[in-house]
Design a protein around this ligand. Structure first.
Ligand code: MN
Length: 475
């Protein structure tokens, strides 16, 4: 493996602590099964073939399984008994036919050294072990599925309190997880810097995508946390744009939202920059407005803060900035504009979300049924606690789709100066996104790639001053 974080050398992923934490949360729900004790069982993902083909489908480890094991080996299972505090890993039986193709799998001894387990066994022991544990314990699992069907009779699946306990445990990251996330974020910093620096070889959105992935892979990150969003010009108004295939030379703005993954832990960062290094007037105006939304809300991050309040603060800043720019009609007060909810057409998504093994991590308690358009898509609806990792990612967009009915409706258009708005469409949108840990005294920003517009301009121009041949991947 390339470049393992020094701080984690010689340490194991704390699976045992995680299992204990889940048990504590589960028991807080005063759950008593029909039996005297409680056990947890989760199956990891296994390799599967494509139909009529001997190639395997891409695999993404089950996050709940990983949380209780730290294991990425396909076909594994984990069993935890709360009463005896015993954690057991089951590895797939050795398939001698496969050794020729795939080499020897990890031995039980090697697995015991590598993982934080009381015992490591083969799957051939699984059924009889579960049968024995089931005599005294209710064994909860997330799902009875194709990987554990043969043991379904011993398992209780889809229990709400079990999911609650898993999600509450995953909500607050421990020092090991924080270190993994810092590392994912630092890989991502370098990828974004590479993308900003390589305009001479980036003439299509695909090249931006390629540049990011190349630098992630070189740093040992084989998977992205999510499909990179690489867009230019008006395409920047599509929040999760993944086509990533248009020419960029006739545009002015770039938006890239991409994050490398490290050992199943995500990063999620967005940066915007001008293609020729010089910010256009309108692009910079919107960029500075978004930066103000982000820097103001970031200063409010601390335990006890309510994320709804931060999100709504970002809307108020946007309204003030739009009044200054003349996009909003100054006949209306900031308060009237806020109450009209018109800002949601330009900033339609939430200020941020929890980040962990999943990019939109568990435990945020969103309410997609919320009738308030300002809050409907906010993925985090909780009071902040130390140990949460989250994104702060305000954005402003000029989306023909989101504004279509506004443009056609006088009762909504009265808030907008159309002639001023028309000057901004070509930018598409701006989003700035950093990854942050909530600490006892405030926050730590994992993301260190600059968001200062002057510095960004300098980086892009430095890249432009180089000859195409100075880049690694000229083809
Ligand atoms: Mn995000």
């Amino acid at each position: 493996m390339v470049d393992v974080p020094v701080s984690l050398k010689g340490k194991k992923y704390p699976a045992k602590e995680h299992a204990k934490k889940v048990c504590t949360h589960f028991k807080c729900k005063s759950k008593t099964g029909s039996k005297s004790d409680v056990a947890f069982f989760i199956s990891g993902e296994d390799l599967e073939l494509y139909d009529y083909c001997d190639q395997t489908k891409p695999i993404r480890q089950n996050r709940y399984f990983f949380y209780l094991s730290g294991v990425s080996i396909p076909g594994s299972h984990v069993l935890y008994q709360c009463g005896t505090d015993k954690l057991v890993l089951y590895l797939p039986n050795i398939d001698l036919d496969d050794v020729m193709w795939s080499g020897m799998p990890m031995s039980l001894e090697e697995a015991k050294d590598k993982y934080d387990m009381d015992e490591v066994k083969y799957v051939s022991d699984l059924k009889k072990d579960l049968e024995a544990v089931a005599e005294s314990s209710t064994i909860y699992t997330t799902d009875v599925n194709k990987f554990n069907q043969q043991c379904g009779q011993f398992l209780t699946e889809k229990d709400e309190d079990f999911f609650f306990a898993l999600d509450e445990s995953r909500l607050l990251k421990d020092s090991y997880e924080i270190e993994l996330m810092r590392h994912a974020a630092s890989i991502t910093d370098k990828c974004h810097l590479a993308v900003m620096s390589a305009i001479p070889i980036e003439t299509n959105e695909t090249h931006i995508h390629a540049e990011f992935m190349y630098h992630a892979l070189r740093q040992g990150s084989k998977y992205q946390s999510y499909d990179p969003v690489c867009c230019s010009g008006p395409n920047c108004s599509t929040l999760h744009y993944v086509k990533n295939d248009e020419e960029i030379d006739s545009k002015r703005s770039i938006l890239i939202d991409a994050g490398a993954e490290w050992e199943c832990y995500a990063s999620d960062v967005t940066r915007c920059f001008p293609i020729n290094g010089d910010w256009s007037k309108e692009h910079l105006e919107i960029y500075n407005a978004v930066l103000k939304m982000q820097s103001t809300t970031m200063k409010m991050i601390k335990p006890g803060a309510n994320w709804d309040d931060l999100h709504l603060t970002a809307h108020k800043i946007m309204i003030d900035e739009f009044l200054k720019l003349g996009i909003f009609n100054s006949k209306f007060s900031a308060q009237e504009l806020y109450e009209s909810k018109i800002s949601a057409r330009f900033f339609p998504h939430g200020l941020g979300h929890l980040l962990g093994m999943d990019t939109h991590d568990v435990g945020g308690r969103p309410n997609y049924e919320d009738p308030d358009p300002l809050l409907q898509y906010l993925r985090l609806r909780r009071t902040l606690q130390a140990g949460m990792v989250l994104t702060d990612e305000p954005g402003i967009y000029f989306s023909p789709f989101l504004l279509k009915d506004v443009l056609e409706d006088e009762s909504k258009m009265k808030y907008i100066n159309k002639d001023v708005l028309d000057k901004y469409w070509y930018i598409g949108g701006v989003r700035i996104e950093d990854d942050l840990l909530v600490t006892e005294s405030g926050y730590e920003n994992f993301t260190s790639i600059t968001s200062d517009p002057k510095e960004i301009s300098k980086i892009v121009k430095q890249g432009l001053s180089k000859n195409k041949d100075a880049f690694h991947n000229v083809i």
